[in-house]
Write a protein of this length. Structure first.
Length: 95
């Protein structure tokens, strides 16, 4: 809850710290749903505030792993659709 409030007020550094803490604690307690949620929200918050794509994707990929272990396959598909392309696609040359 603190992470969401911090993100909402624009305190991104504190929000990211709180998401990381939530991820760690939920992992230790084996709450895969909460671990996935913490990772997903961290990724979306980082993207919202202009964070680099690789960090956004790292958070979202950890969410996918947690949600997959939890068995929430519809959520996995939704989060996978949020992943950002890391490079621009190169136009194919005519042969």
């Amino acid at each position: 809850m603190e992470a969401e409030l911090a993100a909402w007020t624009g305190n991104v550094d504190y929000a990211m710290e709180q998401y990381a803490e939530a991820e760690t604690m939920s992992c230790q307690e084996r709450y895969l749903d909460l671990q996935g949620l913490a990772c997903e929200r961290a990724g979306l918050t980082w993207r919202q505030f202009g964070g680099d794509k690789s960090t956004v994707n790292a958070h979202l990929k950890r969410a996918v792993v947690a949600y997959t272990k939890w068995g929430a396959l519809a959520v996995v598909e939704r989060v996978q659709a949020l992943l950002l392309p890391l490079t621009e696609e190169m136009p194919q040359q005519a042969t």
